[in-house]
Design a protein around this ligand. Structure first.
Ligand code: AMP
Ligand code: GLY
Length: 423
């Protein structure tokens, strides 16, 4: 099969790496791709990931059999619909189904209607009413911009003052643009978080190995929220019993609900969970693979990813065998100084080959080729991943890899997987 992966981050590098291992893969393209994947995929320049027609034209010209859509923006922009309309398989949800991520109010209303456990919430379009609600409910309380905000449109406010300031920033000062013209205000849920990425064909849903992300920028879960500073899998908090409960109360019900709403969901569904004293509750759904969860989940997948993706597109997932490695994987994200706020680009990255030679997988997230050099080109620059028999060994190996890599003002968290290690 000829396969086209859409996107340019660490998640897409990992997808390309895994797809390239399949005997079913003939030619592999990445649009736009990044320098890390250039040894496995042909990177396609000059087409925007939001230009559905140009992508369909490319796919037709290059006899693509499967388009795999990485990021949320092309999904909510209807790329899967456009590709399928041209008679080509696409892995990912339709535009209508991608609303589960694209609109927090849609997904909260869906969960309320179908009794899927999640935090209590209200939706506001007027700042004054939002502030009155905050004064009534008190803190801690959680404020979320309704639309897409690259994982950064959420404020977990521990005080009322902080919550009121968040309304000013999001609704009045439009910190996230139009994504903030509606906000969801939620009850604060206490507990440990876990991510559960799932394969689904719209009827059958198969959770992948569980993982845990570290969303705060600094050690000890301090500092601003980011797209994710590191991950590990599996997450010991997700016991077999909790997995079963999540499947029964959340995963199967949400897939049935989407189908009942006429928005059949296929592709990867990401359930962000809070394991509370009352059991697992949904923090959010995403319409795609997690980043950087994918970087630790796919290295533990022993089955052929192309076969599974094809089964998701064709509605035959129930017949698909999916095997996972018994080991653990850890990803340390190396970020550019300043991230998630302003950061520099264009700094030379050294030590990539050395880290790989020492046994790490190095997934590029924000890099560019500049002459013979690889340079920084994003906030999250690299994901250094190691796989081992257990989390302790994987942590040590990933940090050894990260220590071999350097660029100006690089920083990374030193405590990835602390919750698993402290158990
Ligand atoms: P989201 O983008 O909805 O995943 O939110 C980003 C992060 O904010 C989550 O990963 C949680 O750490 C935190 N968060 C979101 N909603 C809640 C909630 N209702 N209670 C506690 N923490 C939350
Ligand atoms: N790592 C969080 C996300 O992909 O949304």
């Amino acid at each position: 099969m000829n396969i086209l992966v859409i996107g340019s981050g660490g998640r897409e590098h990992t997808l390309v790496w895994k797809i390239a291992q399949s005997p079913k893969t003939d030619r592999l393209y990445a649009l736009p791709g990044n320098p890390g994947m250039a040894d496995k995929a042909m990177c396609v320049d000059g087409i925007e990931i939001t230009d559905n027609q140009a992508i369909v034209d490319f796919a037709q010209q290059h006899h693509i059999d499967l388009v795999v859509v990485g990021p949320e923006v092309p999904l909510t922009n209807g790329l899967v619909d456009a590709v399928e309309a041209a008679g080509i398989r696409a892995f990912g949800p339709s535009q209508a189904a991608a609303q589960i991520e694209g609109s927090k109010s849609f997904s909260k209303e869906l969960m309320k209607k179908y009794h899927i456990p999640t935090a209590k919430y209200e939706v506001f379009t007027e700042a004054e009413k939002a502030k009155a609600y905050i004064r009534q409910e008190g803190a801690p309380i959680v404020i979320k911009a309704d639309g897409l905000a690259a994982g950064k449109g959420v404020v977990v406010a521990m005080t009322e003052t902080e919550a009121l300031a968040a309304i000013t920033d999001i609704m009045e000062d439009k910190e996230f643009g139009t994504a903030g013209s509606r906000v969801v205000i939620e009850e604060f849920m206490a507990g440990e978080e876990a991510s559960l990425l799932c394969f689904t064909d719209g009827q059958t849903i198969c959770p992948m190995i569980s993982s845990q992300d570290h969303k705060r920028a600094y050690d000890g879960d301090k500092g601003p929220n980011t797209g994710g500073m590191g991950t590990y899998a599996p997450a010991p908090v997700m016991t077999e019993a909790l997995l079963q409960e999540t499947y029964d109360k959340i995963l199967l019900p949400v897939i049935k609900a989407m189908s009942q709403e006429g928005k059949t969901y296929k592709g990867c569904l990401y359930a962000g969970l809070m394991i509370t004293a009352d059991g697992p509750k949904v923090v959010e759904f995403n319409a795609r693979f997690g980043d950087p969860e994918t970087q630790v989940v796919l290295p533990l997948l022993e089955s052929d990813l192309v076969e599974i993706m094809t089964a998701c597109c064709d509605g035959t997932l129930a017949a698909q065998q999916i095997d996972w490695s018994k080991g653990a994987a850890v990803c340390v994200v190396m970020a550019a100084g300043g991230y998630p706020r302003a950061y520099r680009k264009g700094d030379k990255i050294k030590g990539l080959a050395e880290a790989r030679a020492a046994g790490s997988l190095v997934f590029h997230a924000g890099t560019a080729q500049k002459g013979a050099d690889i340079v920084t080109n994003g906030g999250r620059v690299l994901g250094v991943v190691a796989k081992a028999d257990n989390v302790r060994a994987a942590v040590d190996k990933a940090y050894q890899g990260a220590a071999m890599i350097s660029f100006k003002d690089a920083f990374y968290r030193k405590d990835i997987a602390h919750r698993a290690l402290n158990r």
